[in-house]
Design a protein around this ligand. Structure first.
Ligand SMILES: [Zn+2]
Length: 361
């Protein structure tokens, strides 16, 4: 009898070390997360319950990317969450791309003006969501490139205001391939067909990611945080070269330990080489089970374990290996890099083991 592959859930018989680890060994800053749909729906619960819960996880400061592009959501988060615990929470604003069609050539300057207004209300960063490069269109209906020079006022204004730009473009490379049995995200695309971006309806992955690299290169005064391992976790040599080239680039590795952990030697080399430029974040709400898995990945030498709390991990049926990072690197990644970027206090008793990135003129 031949069983359908979708029923295959192999339980490894490998006998390995399983380090008991309940969460990060250091107080940490979660630099990529949400409160709404992608953050466990905490926006619908009493804010005090959120901060009480956060306290139990060891998270010192939570970056909420859900501020939106107007005033309503932003003001709600500022009033209910930021006001309650200003040292433990910040929220980012956004760009309303839909206004390009009506504002025409005036759009970039007006978008920059709206960013100034959001910053004046209390937004502490700019979040760019993945439709940029995939489906955002200009006033003529043409697809806007990620490195479109007309948009410079937005990036220059972020630099002017001292706001980091946390940017997610494209998606896993396999989402841009047809859904065939060779597609390594077959499982995930089967569950989420809306995440499939095959040609000719969407630009190729390479076009989007090259645009991202150019964007970071062309705006050296703007600090970018390349979400999800600079949006290209499948190619750590490419990511490492871009970090080397661009002192204004940080990365986070939220939602990508499945990628890093299946290439543990390259991932460890990346973390060691760029220890001052990597931010911790999970993109999964303040979830203790997820924090524990990330800690196991970063801190232990455990082998071949699941990257997800789910019985069938969502991104693909493979397992990962721990990086066993040294304490000084863990301190930077868990806390010190984000603290420097956001102007938060250093850890009590910590020596300043980070260097601000050098700026190119
Ligand atoms: Zn996210």
């Amino acid at each position: 009898m031949k069983l359908p592959l979708s029923d295959f859930r192999p339980v490894p018989k490998l006998v390995t070390t399983v380090t008991p680890i309940a969460g990060p060994s250091l107080p940490f800053i979660d630099a990529h997360n949400h409160l709404g749909q992608f953050g466990g729906g905490w926006d619908k619960r009493p804010p005090q319950a959120f901060f009480d819960h956060l306290q139990t996880t060891g998270c010192l400061h939570y970056v909420d990317l859900d501020g939106g592009w107007g005033e309503e959501v932003l003001d709600d988060r500022l009033r209910r969450f930021k006001a309650l615990a200003p040292d433990r929470y910040r929220v980012f604003g956004g760009v309303n791309w839909a206004l390009w069609a009506e504002e025409g050539a005036a759009f970039p300057d007006r978008a920059a003006g709206r960013l100034r207004a959001q910053a004046a209300r209390g937004a502490e960063g700019l979040k760019i969501w993945k439709p940029f490069g995939l489906s955002v269109r200009d006033d003529t209906g043409a697809l806007a490139a990620v490195d479109d020079p007309r948009l410079a006022p937005i990036w220059d204004t972020a630099a002017d205001l001292g706001l980091p730009v946390l940017i997610h473009v494209a998606d896993p490379v396999a989402f841009f391939d047809p859904i065939t049995p060779e597609n390594e995200r077959w499982d995930e695309l089967g569950n989420h067909p809306e995440w499939s971006f095959p040609p000719p309806d969407y630009p190729p992955f390479d076009t989007i990611i090259s645009g991202f690299a150019n964007l970071v290169r062309h705006h050296p005064q703007t600090t970018f945080v390349g979400a999800h391992v600079a949006c290209y976790a499948e190619n750590l040599a490419w990511v490492s070269a871009l970090i080397d080239e661009c002192p204004n680039l940080y990365i986070d590795f939220s939602a990508r330990i499945a990628e890093l952990g299946r290439a543990p030697r390259a991932a460890r080399a990346l973390m060691l080489r760029h220890a001052g430029r990597i931010l911790f974040g999970t993109d999964a709400g303040p979830d203790p089970a997820t924090y524990a898995i990330y800690a196991r990945f970063l801190e232990t030498a455990d082998e071949y374990f699941s990257y997800s709390p789910d019985p069938v991990p969502g991104q693909g049926r493979w397992r990962i290996y721990g990086l066993h990072l040294p304490p000084d690197v863990l301190a930077k990644i868990y806390h010190d890099n984000a603290a420097r970027l956001f102007g938060l206090p250093r850890r009590a008793g910590a020596k300043d083991n980070t260097q601000p990135p050098r700026r190119t003129p």
